[in-house]
Design a protein. Structure first.
Length: 284
């Protein structure tokens, strides 16, 4: 089994995504994996292989404005949660995906939570890794700087921003061969930096957290909260508070990854798969 890299044109936007399907006919369903800032779908590779090995089809897109997907000018794409949610829905429709389990991580991954609230009939199960979940969550100062005029424009045009952010978030060094993948869009076009700045400026995190905190009071789908405990930006207290607020306690699982940071899939994919795969197969 190999991960296939594909593109699909959806209206004026071109989505890049990675996909892997299990061998044989015993397919257990589709899993969508959404990355955070300033990452790419590349971060999910090992987990996608594990999913396919156990019978799941796995799809991980680069968000619009990230990786190898379109990076439209902000006059053509608003980079707001509403714009991302609409585009994501059109992406699913183009791939004829009507139901799936959803795995999310990071600050832009929070848009996945908003999508789940708007279209709960599509989301069979939800797995959350180190994502802002409550009104106590704040965009870290290092990312807030991307939103400042002139300062943000300079910072987001520096490919080394990727090294600084990912290594700060993970609490570990990352091999150059992996960082090269994340840096490449910033080395090939200024559009990557402009899109990152526009995304950070329009994330509307405070409003999103209010909507998420209120919306999940009635959430009744199986939910896994898997948390890297060394996250420098989002504490486990936020995850625990969110999990305790969900109404269907028998459908909620919480797992701690003691050595992992904000991007746990970068160094601890195996540990995540050990938790995620049983969760996806469990009968609730």
């Amino acid at each position: 089994m190999a991960i296939n890299e594909q593109k699909i044109q959806v209206g004026k936007l071109e989505w890049f995504y990675r996909e892997i399907s299990p061998l044989g006919s015993n397919h257990l369903g589709t899993v969508i994996l959404l990355h955070g800032l300033p990452s790419q779908s590349y971060c999910w590779g090992e987990i996608m292989e594990d999913l396919a090995g156990k019978g799941f089809r796995a799809i991980a897109p680069d968000w619009i404005g990230s990786g190898k997907s379109s990076k439209p000018h902000r006059r053509d794409f608003a980079y707001t949660p509403t714009a991302f949610i609409s585009a994501l829905g059109e992406f699913f429709a183009a791939l004829e995906i009507s139901q799936f389990s959803l795995v999310i991580q990071g600050f832009l991954g929070s848009v996945g939570l908003q999508y789940a609230l708007q279209f709960p009939e599509q989301v069979q199960r939800l797995a959350i890794l180190n994502t802002p979940l409550t009104t106590a969550a704040k965009l870290p100062w290092s990312m807030q700087q991307w939103t400042i005029p002139l300062v943000g424009e300079m910072l987001t045009q520096d490919p080394l921003l990727i090294d600084r952010t990912l290594e700060k978030g993970t609490c570990y060094s990352i091999d150059d061969q992996y960082l090269d993948v994340y840096r490449r869009p910033f080395l090939t076009s200024s559009e990557a930096g402009r899109s990152l700045m526009a995304t950070a400026q329009n994330l509307q995190l405070a409003e999103a957290m209010i909507a998420i905190s209120a919306g999940f009071q009635t959430w009744e789908k199986p939910t896994l909260v898997c948390w890297g405990m060394r996250d420098p930006w989002l504490s486990f207290d936020l995850a625990a508070s969110f999990a305790s607020s969900l109404p269907q306690k028998s459908m909620v699982e919480t797992t701690q990854l003691p050595e992992a940071g904000h991007y746990p899939q970068e160094h601890f994919s195996g540990q995540i798969s050990e938790v995620l795969l049983p969760f996806l197969r469990r009968q609730f």
